[in-house]
Ligand binder design. Sequence first.
Ligand code: PBG
Length: 332
Amino acid sequence: MMLREREKIVVRLRRLRRSGQLRKLVRETRVSTSDLVQPIFVREGEKVREEVEQMPGVYRMSIDMLVDEAKELEELGVPAILLFGIPSAKDERGSGAYSSDGIVQRAVRAVKSEVSGLVVMTDVCLCQYTSHGHCGIVANGVVLNDITLELLARTAVSHAEAGADVVAPSAMMDHQVAAIREALDNEGFSDVAIMGYSAKFASSFYGPFREAAYSAPAFGDRRSYQMDMGNAREALREIEQDIREGADIVMVKPALAYLDVIARARSRFSTPIAAYSVSGEYSLIKAAASKGWIDERAIALEVLTAIKRAGADIIITYFARDFARWQRGEDI
Ligand code: PBG
């Protein structure tokens, strides 16, 4: 027989799929709890744990409840949380974002004083804090870049003062990473890391988040600062720019509809890559599962595996806590 014909016959890829143990040995990508970051919404009040209607299993929590949640996550082996604040008042300049006794600042202090083994990350943006709901200062209907940078830098420094380990600017203002790096270094926080929301697309997948955080823009949309859904090369430019400005971790967001961007970034850059599997990705799975149309756990695992296989080192997901429990064989 000709060698080439023989090869065709000899190679049988099904051999390694014959048993669960064999499949386990040759699996290339495995999601582990230690890859995951749990996003959490924190609000004013005491003993409040208010479920987000569009995101079953996700809550707006007061600081005392957040501390309990953080302890549980630490115990489950989830390495990090990403905090989003829901302030009780908003104004034109988003002053709640950078006030030293703002909701996030107090939340970080509480978690840091009671839970030692969790990385605390904070979202750095103005949109939950501005009366108009945009991510920066608005004048004549335009979101101004450079004035906003000063406020983002103040916000990041106030989070670092409270004890944040990682600050994550999500406003999509040009040079936000550089402005924050400089301010942190000037204030003595050179050890605080920056995770840039580098390639953040203007996406309808953020809908449930904006309900959860009351942060929908009062006029217009975010397309003058967040990226256009069609642009993968531009995403690489955004990521490259953030790396130059000093980002320690870069992010692609959303995840599932942008796996190609994650894969391209992975092949181009050595910087750790985070992928944010956003609110709408979670809500889709929860809604279909509640109708009995899909298997929630199996789909969540498949989606998380796809995000990791595409090249993400870190996955920010609302399933983090549940995934950790599933891994332990616990029912929830
Ligand atoms: C704040 C911010 C948003 C998200 C993360 N940070 C909302 C937005 O840009 O409108 C979305 C996260 C999610 O949908 O889960 N700028």
